[in-house]
Design a protein around this ligand. Structure first.
Ligand SMILES: [Zn+2]
Length: 227
């Protein structure tokens, strides 16, 4: 598997990383895959210049980590030029198919698994390749150092699942990837979240007690963290 980050960091438009996953040898059976398309129209030129070989479709499928415009803005242009099959977790950007948690895909010459990770947005997903220990996270906040705000149980559960994987490299929606100590980073984040939720518990129960004393029927809904 080859992973190319086609994003031009010098461009002015606010855009996510756009990764092109290719097979090692541009085999006929490889599935050339974009993970996010970004918001920079010049990405099309760089995709056309990428070493995708002959025989395979330049972009056969697009997998979107979530619907935010910096990750999906040029999707109409990508569709027009490359005519790929588009996958996303929500219907917001009208994908061809909805991604399901646990679904498996071939990307390049490798198998990937979809892991639903709600937190940054309700439709956030990660893509995991067990063979190489590669994890694409989009904007899912997997580096968490703060311990001062409670996190939603669904996100904690998703991070626990990521921590059980053998993750050796993390590719983010923005910035550089991590290729050393990726599993350690995930586990430290989970520990910080658990600490934050333990600290948050007395505060939440005190609020409930106050509401009950006041005869109020309003309860604080659990907080979904936006990082
Ligand atoms: Zn986002």
């Amino acid at each position: 598997m080859r992973i190319l980050n086609l994003t031009d960091p010098k461009r002015m438009s606010y855009s996510s990383n756009c990764f092109l996953i290719l097979g090692d040898w541009n085999g006929m059976e490889d599935i050339n895959t974009l993970v996010d398309v970004g918001n920079d129209p010049s990405i099309v030129e760089r995709i056309l210049a990428a070493p995708t070989g002959v025989g395979t479709k330049t972009v056969e499928q697009v997998i979107l980590t979530h619907h935010h415009v910096d990750h999906t803005g040029v999707l109409p242009r990508i569709r027009y030029v490359f005519d790929p099959v588009v996958y996303a977790q929500s219907r917001f950007i009208e994908p061809d198919f909805i991604l399901e948690d646990g679904q498996h895909f071939k990307c390049g010459d490798r198998a990937f698994e979809v892991i639903h990770t709600p937190g940054h947005s309700a439709d956030s997903i990660c893509l995991y390749c067990q063979t190489d220990g590669v994890l694409f996270v989009g904007d899912t906040p997997v580096i968490i150092r703060a311990t001062d705000a409670p996190y939603d149980a669904r996100f904690v559960h998703a991070l626990e699942r990521l921590c059980r994987k053998d993750v050796r490299a993390i590719y983010f929606g923005h910035g550089d990837s991590i290729t050393v100590g990726a599993n350690i980073v995930l586990n430290e984040s989970l520990e910080n979240i658990r600490r934050a939720n333990r600290i948050g518990e007395p505060r939440a129960s005190a609020t409930r007690a106050r509401n009950e004393l006041a005869g109020s029927q309003t309860y604080e809904s659990s907080k979904i963290s936006q990082v």
